[in-house]
Design a protein around this ligand. Sequence first.
Ligand code: PHE
Length: 342
Amino acid sequence: MKEKVEELKKEIEAYIVETAEELEQYRMKFISRKSVVGDLFNELKTADQEVKREMGRTLNELKNIATNRFKSFVDDLETKEGSEKLANVPDLTLPPVADQLGAQHPILATKARIIEIFERIGFNLSEGPEVEDDWHNFSALNFPENHPAREMQDTFFIERNPDIALRTHTSSVQVRVMENQKPPIRTLSPGRVYRNEAISARAHCVFHQVEGLYIDENVSFKDLKQTLYHFVKELFGKDTKIRFRPSYFPFTEPSVEVDISCNICKGKGCNICKYTGWVEIGGAGMVDPNVLTSSNIDPEKYSGFAFGMGIERITMLLYQINDLRLFTENDVRFLKQFKNIK
Ligand code: PHE
């Protein structure tokens, strides 16, 4: 029996407990009534008096060792669990981490600047649906029946006959305004437009436009020129020059394309203006009488001008951005650069 006790002492000393389960196993083996220690006590019951006295002391000692070890296992487990719990409690004394501030998208910032300039000279804002019928996108704007812009290569059609399409310009919104309001009309229609074009550094199938419409008695081409002249000076700086080149749009007559002196080289010639000193910003013209008639406005009494430009193009000129795809890639390294613009 003595040898057995010595063996058990060694085993207890070497025993390792790391989980609650292992602790229970230890308790069953060395502490409970049915444990090996318990068995030894049972054996002692039938021994004679002399042996009982001597071995009783030895067994009690073994029992104490087993119990003390058990207590130290319990202590260890409790501190381990405790520190794990503590590790999950946030340290409330730490200074706060500042939130990252987002930046306004450059397209939205430019749109806001354009709107502000025109609002100050009396234009209001108008918006309309991005999914349009043929009448508002084409027919009311005097597009001939077989005009190429109606065809598949330019337009994303959703349904055919009658045609429903993603609007190809925001002129459709101006038709809606003319149908619902009496002149004088001075309105600005910003919005997203769609064209079936291959995506490249200079073109995209989704982009933004701002179009303007002014209808009143005695509106003439000089009003158009002066309005656009005022706009480009406000946006690009007071030294900016403007020029008009004859062009064609179904809904305006006469029609022009609008150039401004290159704001990067100041007209001297650079790769942005392809060494011409001029960059194009949009189209414009006097509203065709057919368009007024389509919207029940008397062309004998009223006249008007319209203009349209791409917001991406203007933003690229303002900030010297050379690839239009950057606007839709969501690269924060690009977007962050516009943090401080207003
Ligand atoms: N709607 C034309 C376009 O999308 C732009 C434009 C508007 C031209 C008004 C002239 C007058 O290209």
